[in-house]
Design a protein around this ligand. Sequence first.
Ligand code: SAM
Length: 231
Amino acid sequence: MNEQTLSMRLERVAAHVPQGARLADIGSDHGYLPVALALRGVIEAGLAGEVAQVPFASAQRNVRRNGLQEKVIVRLADGLDAIEAADGITAISLCGMGGVTMCEILERGKNRLNGKQRLILQPNGGERELRGWLMENDYRIVSEELLRENRFDYEIIVAERCEAVAYSAEELYFGPLLMREKAPAFITKWQRMLRQKQQSLANFERAKDAIPQEKLGEFARQIGWINAVLA
Ligand SMILES: C[S@@+](CC[C@H](N)C(=O)[O-])C[C@H]1O[C@@H](n2cnc3c(N)ncnc32)[C@H](O)[C@@H]1O
């Protein structure tokens, strides 16, 4: 992967960035996403935010190597602190981190969210918690995707601020749009998850004494939801 050839995962994230956006990519690592989108003429301006020195330096190198210093800013900062009001950011991407870490970044950086930016999120796990944060903070999920690359399932969640939105426990778990669409990748993922969960539940039941009853109940509940969504 590099700024010319993105992974399929980042390519699908890129597809949700509107033409002419001013994109802040937080936790940008090498800065591949904003650099690629600037090279393609998709974004008007880009910001690569990084909290760690080594990826920050790598993003700076990639921006310089491509002659994009006028178009893509690289900032060393924690989470949304990288965003300044004068940047006029219209889209924020957070990719390749745990969903719970993303919730913490969004929660800590709430003062940088002006309600007009599109959030493009690709969590590695913790999708349910992330959707919960979005609902609690009045963000409606406007698009969702599920893809498999290198034996991992990735979900992309795109959200925009709204008046108020309510999702059921099942919608937070599966994704409100993904569970409605039931694309082949969704069916395959949840068939696999069902087998894993049934196996875990059988193991738990054999070791009944050690496993708290609520945990068994939660597993059984999730298996019920998966059976229902696949039915
Ligand atoms: C696994 S990489 C993902 C890189 C890229 N976004 C992608 O999806 O390919 C996660 C990056 O997030 C950065 N990161 C983690 N916590 C962060 C924070 N609070 N603020 C900014 N960057 C953060 C890490 O330093 C790391 O470079």
